[in-house]
Design a protein around this ligand. Structure first.
Ligand SMILES: Nc1ncnc2c1ncn2[C@@H]1O[C@H](COP(=O)(O)OP(=O)(O)O)[C@@H](O)[C@H]1O
Ligand SMILES: [Mg+2]
Length: 366
């Protein structure tokens, strides 16, 4: 084995440091004021490709989180203002800012105890901002990576019930979150889960503009296979897959096998490498682990289709109350389907036809 010479700079590390310096150079510095002094930036929290998140303080000294629209492929910072990288980016940058404002206004209408609240949407520095509730807590990703046994079965059941209530609420409003994962769920001081980061969310009415403005997010382990396919149908079942994968992680300590690998194996005629939860863990109510397995089927049509059906499956029943026999996995109200899939023939033939379509789309992508 070769020992690295400490005097020899590692080119990968240097490039990484340069990248990091460049991405951090873009953030607004502490003390910067926004909206004529209504908000003061306290510090940087995170930066994704489409925006920068800050901790800030409002004029009443309350902590808030500010999300800045900053699609870094198209813009750069000049003093505080956000400018297009070149003239050819002007139009696209403006569309993204306008879309950010429209989506933030939609998000502001979603008032639910397990969804982060939006205080204000405003323009400044030639871009747009949203001020949202500061949640005093930790994200689920941090919690799961710092301890093995963060939650017991009873608490996990309650967490999933609350998240299903939040996800059902957004689906009823015709919105798909599209980026549900442990880092986008905060757990507050009262152990209440709060869904954040609607940066990738899409609304049925905004679908035609999504190619230009929507943030495409793929998170291995949490994204369903259709998120890897350009132009593939996305439905409430797509969010439910991600929610199922998140809870699979909470229960087992890691996410399920990546959906793309699963699809590839199924397409080759090999067994699905997914390891079901049923039978592996004790302490959960009947049907609870099976419901997560049902949300995590590799093909959209085979999954649980609505958050309300899932919530009903895991509702704790009163003594003597009988559970419904077999949940109608595909039965769902029309309103909960922002992007309905085309009807497919029923039964095994339909499933095969659907598999063939998904596999050929998947092959075409390679
Ligand atoms: N409302 C909030 N309260 C507290 N922390 C937050 C809040 N929103 C975001 N954060 C923290 O900042 C991180 C990034 O925020 P997020 O909205 O997920 O943006 P992105 O993933 O697009 O960078 C989160 O994982 C969380 O740790
Ligand atoms: Mg996030």
């Amino acid at each position: 084995m070769q020992t690295p010479d400490p005097s020899d700079p590692d080119p990968t590390a240097e490039a990484f440091a340069a990248d990091l310096a460049e991405s951090f150079a873009d953030d607004l510095k502490p003390g910067t004021v926004l909206l004529d002094g209504q908000y003061t930036i306290l510090g940087f929290l995170n930066s994704g490709g489409f925006g920068i998140t800050y901790l800030a303080q409002d004029s009443l000294d309350r902590k808030v989180v500010i999300k800045e629209c900053f699609p870094n492929a198209l813009c750069r910072r000049s003093t505080s203002a956000v400018r297009p990288r070149s003239r050819k980016h002007t139009h696209d940058l403006r569309s993204i800012v306008e879309n950010f404002i429209a989506e933030a206004r939609n998000l502001a209408k979603l008032v639910h105890p397990n969804i982060v609240g939006v205080h204000q949407v405003f323009e400044d520095n030639d871009t747009a901002y949203m001020a949202i509730d500061f949640i005093d807590g930790k994200d689920l990703e941090d919690i799961l990576s710092s301890t093995d046994q963060a939650f017991g079965p009873a608490e996990i059941v309650v967490l999933l019930q609350k998240m299903l209530s939040a996800v059902d609420f957004i689906h009823q409003a015709g919105i798909l979150h599209r980026d549900i994962s442990p880092d986008n769920i905060l757990i507050d001081q009262n152990r209440n889960p709060v869904l954040i980061d609607f940066g990738a969310a899409s609304q049925a009415t905004l679908v035609p503009t999504r190619v230009l403005t929507g943030r495409r997010v793929v998170k291995d382990g949490y994204s369903p296979q259709e998120f890897y396919l350009t132009g593939a149908e996305q439905s409430p079942a797509s969010d439910l897959y991600s929610l199922g994968a998140t809870f699979y992680h909470v229960i087992t300590g890691g996410p399920p096998v990546e959906s793309q690998k699963r699809l590839a194996m199924v397409a080759e005629g090999s067994p699905d490498p997914y390891r079901p939860l049923v039978g592996r863990y004790r302490g959960y109510p009947d049907g609870f682990l099976a419901s997560i397995d049902a949300s995590l089927k590799v093909l959209q049509r085979d999954r649980l289709q609505s958050a309300s059906v899932w919530a009903e499956m895991i509702r704790i029943r009163k003594p003597g109350e009988v559970a419904p026999p077999e949940p109608a996995l595909r039965a769902q109200p029309e309103a909960a389907r922002p992007q309905p899939e085309p009807p497919a023939p029923a039964g095994a033939v339909g499933r095969l036809a659907n598999l063939a379509a998904q596999v050929s789309a998947w092959r075409g992508r390679r």
